[in-house]
Design a binder for this molecule. Structure first.
Ligand code: PLP
Length: 426
């Protein structure tokens, strides 16, 4: 499978913003590129730059968000929480601002925060990262992913990742002149077929990107995954990029299999995580990377010329917040209650809910009662039932219909009840 197919081409907005399904009509523009022509008001330029990502348009999340607004739909599509963070965290940021923490932070991050992160990784995962050379605070996990891939992947390299996947991995790889190699997760339980990974590895394989807990499926890594990943990467120079933004959202008493728990994996891994997910502040754009010094020094070379540093007052506040381990250890229970509330409220619906073992998401199957594709089904939910979700096919490079939609339960309880009520009418 290649990423040559546009993930979003089929969702196009023209004229008044009506969403069209664009499977068969290549004449329709992909949303995001020629929009200026169709909206009418945008400036026209004589320039026509050669695109580095010619098949990429505006992301599905933006498209669905706009449609939801038009149809006044309740939004269970995005992972962003619709509830606020602890008031003390906001107070802490305000205090940091009042105290003058308003200029550039050190490139690698505020020292107190790096030390707090190093201590947390050691306490939770048993791995000691040097706060000066192996911890970097970045301006969101997205920036961490970009910096790590950009620093470590070269033109001609191959990068293995798993689909369905978070949308940024493959485009970032392509921007380096490298080749993203997608391996499909099992459609039964979204586990990894490690034999397929073994066959995909060759001398050009530079990196494997993993994500546990997994967006969009809610799957988590098991002992078996760790065993196979360790065996396949030992004695290679393959870097593991481990997206652990949902590290504190693992349900039913299971443990998060961080790469930092496993010395053989930790020595070749870059771990990326996000304060936005852990503290309900996705708009603050602060994340962090953990990696051995040799890898980290390369990542910092990119980070320093991209962002230089993340927002200072937020870093000061997060250093204070981490002093209370309950601020992150309580997260699994908090989201488990939301998962269970939504599942219970949907128990009378026609959807078949797939197990979610972590993250903010669960998948719901509709293919046994509707012949529509995922996109058509999501569209009908917005238009006819005023409820927004995401088609699982949007997380695949070939957009093959899956008969599944992704629901986010990172919402307040009233929204979850009302969302379930609307879905029960379907
Ligand atoms: C799996 C995964 N990785 C990375 C990110 C990006 O995190 P951030 O908001 O910190 O950039 C997200 C956000 O939705 C995500 O779901």
């Amino acid at each position: 499978m290649t990423s040559d197919h546009n993930e979003y081409d089929k969702l196009s907005i023209v004229g008044t913003g009506e969403l069209l399904l664009n499977h068969s009509n290549p004449v329709l523009p992909s949303y995001g590129r020629p929009a200026c022509i169709f909206w009418g008001n945008a400036m026209k330029s004589a320039m026509s730059p050669q695109s580095k990502l010619p098949d990429v348009g505006t992301t599905i999340f933006t498209v669905i968000g706009q449609l939801s607004a038009e149809h006044n739909a309740l939004n269970l599509s995005q992972g962003a929480p619709n509830f606020s963070c602890q008031p003390a965290l906001i107070e802490s940021v305000a205090k940091a601002m009042r105290e003058g923490h308003n200029q550039y932070a050190p490139m690698s991050g505020v020292a107190a925060l790096r030390h707090a992160l190093s201590a947390k990784a050691e306490a939770l995962y048993g791995c000691k990262y040097d706060a000066d050379s192996e911890v970097t605070v970045v301006a969101s996990a997205s920036e961490g992913l970009y910096s790590a891939i950009s620093a470590l992947v070269h033109p001609g390299d191959e990068v293995i990742y798993f689909e369905p996947s978070f949308d940024s991995y493959a485009p970032i790889v392509r921007l380096q002149g490298a080749k993203p190699v997608a391996i499909g997760l099992s459609m039964d339980d979204f586990s990894i077929d490690w034999d397929q990974v073994a066959s995909a590895i060759n001398s050009r394989t530079r990196m494997i990107i993993i994500n546990s807990p997994h967006n969009p499926t809610g799957a988590i890594f098991t002992d078996f995954d760790i065993e196979r990943l360790t065996a396949l990467t030992q004695n290679t120079d393959i870097v593991i990029l481990s997206d652990e933004v949902y590290e504190h959202v693992v349900f039913d008493g299971e443990r998060h299999e961080s790469m930092a728990c496993h010395p053989q994996l930790a020595e070749r891994s870059v771990i990326v995580s996000s304060f936005g997910k852990t503290y309900h502040v996705t708009g603050w754009r602060v994340g962090y990377c953990l990696a051995p010094a040799e890898l980290m020094s390369e990542i910092r070379k990119v980070h320093q010329f991209m962002m230089f540093s993340a927002d200072t007052p937020m870093q000061v506040a997060f250093a204070e917040a981490l002093a209370d381990p309950q601020s992150y250890l309580g997260l699994a229970d908090f989201y488990q209650q939301k998962r269970d509330l939504l599942a219970e409220a949907l128990s009378e619906s026609r959807f078949e809910l797939l197990p979610s073992r972590g993250s903010f998401f669960m998948l719901a199957r509709f293919s046994h009662f509707s012949p529509l594709t995922d996109d058509e089904f999501v569209l009908s939910l917005i238009r006819d039932h005023q409820i927004a979700t995401i088609p699982l096919s949007a997380f695949y490079s070939n957009n093959k219909p899956t008969g599944l939609i992704r629901l986010s339960f990172a919402k307040d309880n009233d929204t979850l009840y009302e969302g379930a009520r609307r879905l029960c009418r379907v």
